[in-house]
Design a binder for this molecule. Structure first.
Ligand code: F6R
Length: 602
């Protein structure tokens, strides 16, 4: 989604901004731009398309010591150069970048800016005109910015430069992430620490409703009433090397390969030298006091929630409900008496999930965020955090975060179930079973060549495809269908195998790929029966099956793992199938159209 970078006090501003924008590319965007200035000159360069297109337009003369840059994922107005940020005020004096959505932009335009001329269709252009409007009413830039912030409703992270004061960047945030980086002799602004890690690992968090004045050697944080706020920087513990692709052609493949190592790292992070699970006691106490767990998440994280329901319920005996964030906040079901909320979110920034957290916080319900990003918004705003320790996930299609989320909830369930003295939890040897699952993942990952052939055979030209399964296999089907559709653009759906005959089977025609996931001995015969039903109607069927249930002719054989951990292994072939089908179709695996890595608008 949209990204912001800014820098003040460094003569190499252009290069640092370009580099920062490149680091934000993975988040998804469709246009980009930078504003750079020194005392005498200023430059505004914008482009539709990739950062490389923008860089091609940035001439040698575009140099300065202050600047702001932006990658835009279109919300209001098409992804054109005109709508790309930065935007300028009516006279051109103020320059602004913005992430988020201004909800009352029509009212602001009608109430304050009826006489102004606008060149694009963005809500951002209205915000920068508004700042100038208040300056024309006699306010200083700072006061005008503050007044504008009070008038603006919606989500935003802003970076503002006044050409009459080329030593200051004004920033503010509400619901959209923004950080200040403290570098050696200069300061930076970014919506994601990764953008500026080459400059510094010292960052200041900004909270909603705060405005920050950033100069070369000072950072002043205030609330909108002008009260000063003191805050210590934190050290971002991200290894830059983790962000590199190395010898891999795509991040997605690297991240699929990293899954077994992530499992082993999580075992190390969450167990002591005796193999005992270590989870914060306060978190366990809070869960012990609850009568129902509500998992709230979007997309792949939601699928991970479904795939984890069984392990939580079996090991803890606490009922679990899994909900879509975008639905839950506005359509809240009747809650139990003592609910506990778990927010699953790789990025920790998903606006749909955050709006639910804000509501459950207001209602006073306890919450845990399970995330890959320390210090992320959902992590800061929930009562407790469990980290995935998966390393940065750069590919838009989430893979290692999915399996790490299931592992994290398994670890939590083991600790909770033991605390409740549940026999299944006491008998579950977490270190051993997660280790076996990690080995099983390795086995599947080593089958790349075979899976590549299958992807070419089944999915090179098809318009649609189906995954089917029952129970956990159904939840994994939903996830691998999401993987396939989001990067290969094949219309793929995951269905409960038994449901197919109640309607969806009408879509099956000659050659339609239908891939069955079979890991449960009880339902295996039924799913096999469903595969035969579609086969006799022309479907091109594929069987992904646990070794102990396999039959001659089955194509992908899964190593046997603990029944509660089957999704960790059964998801891998589907991830690889999506990857190779996308390569086969000549598409960019890491940057699928229309998608963003971190979805910071509702
Ligand atoms: C799909 C994918 C998305 C995310 C979803 C939630 O591969 O990555 O469906 O899972 O946007 O994101 P997080 O987990 O960051 O809240």
């Amino acid at each position: 989604m949209c990204g912001i970078v800014g820098i003040v006090g460094n003569n190499n501003a252009t290069k640092i901004l370009e580099n920062g924008l490149e680091k934000l590319e993975y988040r998804g965007y469709d246009s980009a731009g930078i504003f750079v200035a020194d005392e005498a000159n200023d430059y505004l360069v914008k482009s539709r398309g990739r950062i490389a297109d923008l860089e091609a337009k940035i001439g040698e003369d575009v140099q300065g010591n202050i600047g702001i840059g932006h990658t835009r994922w279109a919300t209001h107005g098409e992804p054109t150069e005109l709508n790309a940020h930065p935007h300028t005020s009516q006279s051109g004096r103020f320059v602004l970048v913005h992430n988020g959505v201004i909800e009352n932009y029509d009212d602001l335009k009608a109430n304050f800016l009826a006489e102004d001329t606008f060149y694009g269709e963005t809500d951002t252009e209205i915000a920068v005109h508004l700042v100038e409007y208040f300056v024309e009413q006699g306010l200083t830039t700072k006061a005008a910015f503050q007044k504008a912030l009070k008038e603006i409703h919606g989500s935003y992270a802003f970076g503002l430069v006044d050409k009459n004061d080329r030593e200051t960047i004004y920033v503010a945030k509400n619901k959209s992430p923004l950080l200040i980086g403290l570098a050696d002799g200069f300061n930076v602004v970014c919506s994601d620490a990764m953008a500026m890690l080459e400059q510094t690992n010292q960052f200041l968090e900004i909270n909603d409703g705060e405005m920050v004045i950033v100069t070369k050697d000072a950072v002043s944080i205030e609330d909108y009433a002008g009260n000063q706020i003191a805050r210590e920087p934190y050290t971002a513990k991200i290894d830059l090397a983790d962000m590199e692709k190395g010898t891999y052609p795509y991040y997605m493949l690297k991240e699929i390969d990293e899954q077994p190592a992530t499992m082993r790292r999580m075992i190390g992070e969450y167990t002591d030298e005796n193999g005992q699970v270590v989870v914060e006691q306060d978190l366990l106490d809070s869960l012990l006091a609850s009568d129902r767990i509500y998992i709230v998440a979007a997309g792949t994280s939601n699928n991970a929630g479904h795939a984890s329901k069984q392990v939580i319920e079996q090991l803890t005996r606490i009922p679990v409900e899994v909900h879509l964030s975008s639905e839950f906040g506005y359509n809240m079901p009747l809650l139990s008496e003592r609910p506990f909320f778990i927010y699953l979110t790789q990025s920790g920034e998903t606006a749909d999930s955050r709006q639910v957290l804000v509501k459950t916080n207001e209602l006073g319900y306890p919450s845990l965020t399970v995330t890959n990003v320390p210090g992320s918004t959902l992590s800061r705003e929930a009562d407790y955090t469990m980290l995935l320790h998966a390393g940065p996930e750069i590919a838009v299609a989430s893979t290692k975060a999915y399996t790490a989320q299931i592992a994290a909830l398994t670890i939590l369930s083991k600790a909770l179930g033991e605390a409740k003295e549940i026999a299944e939890a006491q008998d579950f040897d977490l270190v051993q079973e997660l280790g076996i699952a990690a080995n099983g993942m390795d086995v599947m990952i080593s089958e790349k060549a075979m899976i590549q052939e299958i992807a070419a055979d089944y999915l090179a030209t098809t318009r649609n495809a189906f995954y089917i399964g029952r129970a956990e296999d159904y939840y994994v089907s939903m996830e691998v269908a999401l993987k396939l559709k989001e990067i290969s653009y094949i219309q793929a759906e995951g269905f409960a195998a038994g449901e197919l005959k109640h309607g969806t089977i009408a879509l099956v025609e000659e050659g339609t790929p239908v891939m069955g996931i079979i890991t449960d001995p009880i339902t295996a015969p039924h799913t096999r029966g469903n595969l035969r039903e579609v086969e006799s109607r022309g479907a091109h069927t594929l069987v992904i099956v646990s070794e102990e249930l396999s039959k001659s002719g089955d194509q992908i054989i899964l190593p046997v793992v603990h029944p509660l951990l089957r999704p960790l292994v059964s998801v891998i072939p589907g991830q690889l199938i999506a990857y190779y089908a996308t390569l086969e179709r000549g598409l960019d695996v890491d940057k699928p159209r229309n998608l963003a890595k971190s979805v910071t608008v509702e």
